[in-house]
Design a binder for this molecule. Structure first.
Ligand code: GLA
Length: 408
């Protein structure tokens, strides 16, 4: 199984955290909770294509956020975050101010996004715990939105399809958090599939599971431990550059609604109409869509060499054409690709810090860990976190706790 080496430790940590969360919940609140968990994600390829109606190829990972939840008789939602070690609350009928820069923005945002879709929510007591580093580039925010959204729906006896839940999470980001993200992270947290990556068509909002049944390869994450402050402003700048590319290309290609609709041949023919840096941004998106479809075929065929080459090309394109990499990500990728047994490596997520993802022969992972950690620390003075991940399911109620909480 791809990425199989970390299973025991990651799931053991998650179980210990859930037990601790149960104790915390019983200390804080009088009621008996149900438990819900949503995963983080790593994107194998297809970066900055989701908000261009394009294709992405992420997988949900075996790290995530767990929520313990019970209904209340009134309209309040009380939330305790174990990672932040603090409690906050809000009233479902009186929305608080938006974009306060608090972790509560995600929770309150998803509650209001669900209600704006006609869902009737009840008040709830919630406690959360996480084995994902917060803001570390593995989509802890989407895991938070989707786990809380699922918990609120369940304790309110309401049902909602997973695509709508993902859209509610994205709406929370847009309205309450103030981040104009695409749909990839929430879609993956909601609909990831164990043992598979998901090829998501971000226009149709459809995910096709791509099996990752390759016995001798691992997906390895390297966390640079840096997050540059320009990430949010540059993200929004890239979005508007893509919009400018679409507006200009529409003059000559009237059918174009998004960069997804432009083929590489059309871009070659018309790119002179685009000023820089808009031209380079468009080139990244158009070529990245092709690479993503190509990588999905290669992965499904078990062709790790081809998948790895596409990942390398994706990183070059993100660094040179899209310009969302940074020295730490480039150093990490260079350190990774220098190790024997590495098929490919690239930055993953929005960029300007966060994590890289590498495809590594399983028997080379130990050497990879030592050598990348040493090279990166030597160059930056920062000790990275390096770990393998397993493709996991999207949001779920945890059966272990369902209706059989501890009796003490
Ligand atoms: C962030 C966003 C996603 C996506 C990536 C870049 O993770 O939340 O929607 O745009 O950046 O691929």
């Amino acid at each position: 199984m791809l990425g199989g080496t970390s299973k025991t430790s990651a799931s053991q940590t998650a179980k210990d955290m859930e037990r601790e969360l149960h104790r915390t919940f019983r200390r804080l609140y009088a009621s008996k909770p149900r438990f819900f968990r949503a995963p983080g994600r790593v994107n194998l390829i297809g970066e900055h294509t989701d908000y261009n109606d394009g294709f992405v190829l992420p997988m949900a990972i075996d790290r995530g956020i767990t929520v313990a939840a019970a209904p209340r008789q009134d309209r309040r939602v009380r939330v305790f975050s174990a990672s932040m070690n603090e409690s906050r609350e809000f009233d479902l009928d009186y929305p608080g101010p938006r974009q306060r820069g608090l972790w509560l923005d995600y929770v309150e945002g998803v509650a209001h996004a669900l209600m704006s879709r006609g869902v009737r929510l009840r008040g709830a007591d919630l406690a959360l715990t996480s084995d994902l580093s917060i803001g570390g580039g593995l989509s802890s925010s989407a895991a938070l939105e989707i786990s809380v959204g699922k918990a609120l729906l369940a304790v309110s006896d309401q049902d909602l399809d997973l695509v709508s839940l993902a859209l509610a999470g994205q709406q929370a980001e847009h309205q309450y958090v103030g981040a104009k993200c695409g749909i990839m992270d929430q879609f993956t947290a909601a609909m990831g599939r164990a043992g598979h990556a998901l090829l998501i068509d971000c226009r149709k909002l459809e995910g096709t599971p791509i099996p990752l049944n390759l016995p001798d390869s691992s997906v390895v994450i390297c966390d640079t431990k840096v997050r540059h402050s320009l990430a949010a402003s540059e993200y929004n700048a890239r979005r508007s550059e893509c919009d400018r590319a679409v507006a200009a290309l529409r003059e000559v290609l009237p059918g174009v609604k998004a960069l997804r609709d432009v083929t590489p041949a059309e871009l070659d023919r018309w790119e002179a109409c685009l000023p820089e840096p808009v031209r380079s941004r468009a080139r990244h998106v158009v070529t990245e869509n092709e690479r993503t479809l190509d990588a999905a075929r290669a992965l499904a065929a078990g062709d790790m060499v081809r998948t790895g080459r596409l990942m390398d090309a994706s990183h070059r394109s993100l660094r040179e054409d899209y310009q969302v990499s940074c020295p730490e990500l480039d150093l990490m990728v260079a350190a990774a690709t220098a190790v024997p047994g590495v098929f490919g490596a690239r930055m993953t997520g929005g960029g300007f810090g966060g994590c890289t993802v590498s495809l590594v022969r399983s028997d080379a992972v130990e050497n990879f860990r030592t050598s990348v950690s040493r090279d990166y620390e030597r160059a930056t003075g920062i000790k990275p976190a390096i770990f393998t991940v397993i493709a996991s399911d999207g949001v779920q109620e945890l059966a272990f706790y369902h209706g059989q909480g501890e009796t003490d």
